[in-house]
Design a protein around this ligand. Structure first.
Ligand code: ADP
Length: 207
């Protein structure tokens, strides 16, 4: 069996609901949710890395790839040692990673990507609205200003969309993100429960 983590990617533009769905999945045994946005936001804002995150996110830019990969991996390593992530038993649900082709390439040595859930919303204005409401509720600097939100969408088109091309040949499930959270969840579960069951069968045959 490959030593790479069996992984499901939650993919889609800012504000599409990756975090909402990731958090719900994290409540189900056997799924471990890892969100780079959450990892960054939990950094001490006075630390050097916290300042780097603020510098990029407040402009609507991506944090540089090498820093992102390093922090993400350190976080996963810590969670493994705390017994919160069980690499052999759990499926890893990545939310917000990879966001560039370089990150996708660097991820290869850690992650065996089993399926990509592409949350789709063609109406950018609706996402824009959602993000403005979220900014007020969650005090997010990256979503507070309209020009920063616009920049985030432009960065998504230019740097993150090409990630889908990188995963050509993988299973991609498109889900309409504008349906209710429960309906979106149902569609995601339809795609990923069979992956989890086959993973458990594999584990059982290994004793
Ligand atoms: P959203 O939920 O709106 O898609 P996130 O909470 O995932 O946004 O990310 C917030 C910010 O954190 C991003 O705007 C970016 O600055 C930074 N960030 C998150 N993930 C990555 C990543 N994989 N690579 C670089 N920067 C990232």
């Amino acid at each position: 069996m490959s030593d790479r983590y069996k992984t499901i990617l939650l993919f889609g533009p800012p504000g599409v609901g990756k975090g909402t769905q990731g958090k719900i999945l994290s409540k189900i045994p056997g799924f471990f949710h890892s969100s780079t946005g959450d990892i960054f936001r939990n950094l001490d804002s006075q630390s050097e890395l916290g300042r780097v995150f603020f510098e990029y996110s407040s402009r609507g830019e991506l944090v540089p790839d090498d820093i992102t990969m390093k922090i993400w991996h350190q976080n996963l390593y810590a969670n493994t040692h705390l017994g919160l992530f069980k690499p052999h038993a759990d499926l890893l649900v990545l939310d917000g990673l990879p966001r560039s082709v370089t990150q996708a390439k660097l991820l290869y040595r850690y992650c065996d990507v089993k399926c990509i859930i592409h949350l789709v919303c063609r109406d950018t204005e609706k996402l824009f609205d959602r993000m403005r409401k979220r900014a007020m509720k969650e005090n997010r600097v990256d979503d507070a200003k309209p020009e920063v939100i616009r920049r985030r969408f432009a960065v998504y088109e230019a740097e993150t969309m090409p990630v889908l091309e990188f995963y050509k040949g993988h299973t991609v499930t498109e889900v309409d993100a504008m349906r209710s959270p429960a309906a979106v969840l149902c569609e995601i579960l339809e795609a990923i429960v069979p992956i989890q069951e086959s993973h458990y069968r594999e584990l059982a045959t290994q004793g």
